[in-house]
Design a protein around this ligand. Structure first.
Ligand code: ADP
Ligand code: MG
Length: 256
């Protein structure tokens, strides 16, 4: 059975795209068949995995407007042994174009249905908002959401609203939706603040925070400009180690 997760947080810059790319790359290294689905018009996951967003025949835009199947919109990245449904800046307009469309919240789910078990994991990279694109991702994410949280002041701000949105989508659109886990990102071991934020989030979401914490690591921020996951760019870096262990934790939790 394919596991489908949406990586979501309406705050920008918390590590959504970094987590999608590096979880996907590690899942692929573990022999899993992986698809990255980029539903953020900024297309950072697309470019971060080495695909030129300005040179696409088909993208998420065409999928949501039902002008392409998921299979036809998929690009195979042989180098990292994973597949990508790329995003495109035109996707920013889809939110408006779909406003009156029938079944507008289900477009992604319907599209991914056509993949018929080709993948073990599908990871959806969401934009920094709770609009229709994110709602499409939440509706398609049959196995839940993964929420990256940056270890900084006011980390919890916005999470109440995010949880409310998850509950609304669960009630009306996707009865199986749940919070699969929270990833603490950009942890700085030199500060008390990072430690306090982790404790606070653990208290707020008991049992839901992944044990593996992702440190602040400059290698992780450099890798996307080379179009590479950390497994290729700096496999021995602390950031690479963290995502490797985090991936193992995810796989283990999915088995039990
Ligand atoms: P989002 O997708 O939530 O907007 P990103 O994954 O793009 O967030 O991360 C925001 C910025 O922080 C990017 O420049 C990224 O390279 C950088 N970054 C993400 N995680 C880390 C980390 N653990 N250490 C250092 N830089 C990071
Ligand atoms: Mg992003």
């Amino acid at each position: 059975m394919t596991k489908i997760y949406a990586i979501v947080n309406q705050k920008g810059g918390v590590g959504k795209t970094t987590s999608v790319i590096n979880l996907a790359a590690n899942l692929a290294e573990n022999g899993r068949r992986v698809l990255i689905v980029d539903i953020d018009p900024q297309a950072n996951a697309t470019s971060g995995i080495g695909i030129d967003k300005n040179d696409l025949e088909r993208s998420m835009y065409d999928l949501l407007l039902e002008e392409s199947t998921a299979v036809d919109a998929t690009i195979h990245q042989e180098e990292f042994r994973l597949d990508v449904i790329p995003s495109h800046p035109a996707l920013a307009g889809a939110e408006v174009e779909l406003v009156n469309a029938i079944g507008r919240e289900y477009r992604l789910q319907k599209g991914l249905d056509g993949l018929n078990g080709r993948y073990d994991y599908i990871l959806i990279d969401c934009p920094p908002s709770l609009g229709l694109l994110t709602v499409n991702a939440l509706t398609a994410a049959k196995d839940g959401v993964i929420i990256p949280v940056q270890c900084e002041y006011l980390a919890l701000e916005g999470l109440t609203q995010l949880v409310q949105t998850v509950e609304l989508v669960q009630k009306y659109l996707n009865p199986n939706l749940k919070v699969r886990g929270l990833i603490m990102t950009m942890y700085d071991s030199r500060t008390n603040l990072s430690r306090q934020v982790v404790e606070e989030v653990r208290r707020y979401f008991p049992g839901k925070v992944f044990r593996t914490i992702v440190p602040r690591n400059v290698r992780l921020s450099e890798a996307p400009s080379y179009g590479q996951p950390i497994t290729a760019y700096a496999p021995k870096s602390p950031g690479a180690m963290a995502y490797k262990v985090l991936t193992a934790e995810l796989i283990k939790g999915d088995k039990s």
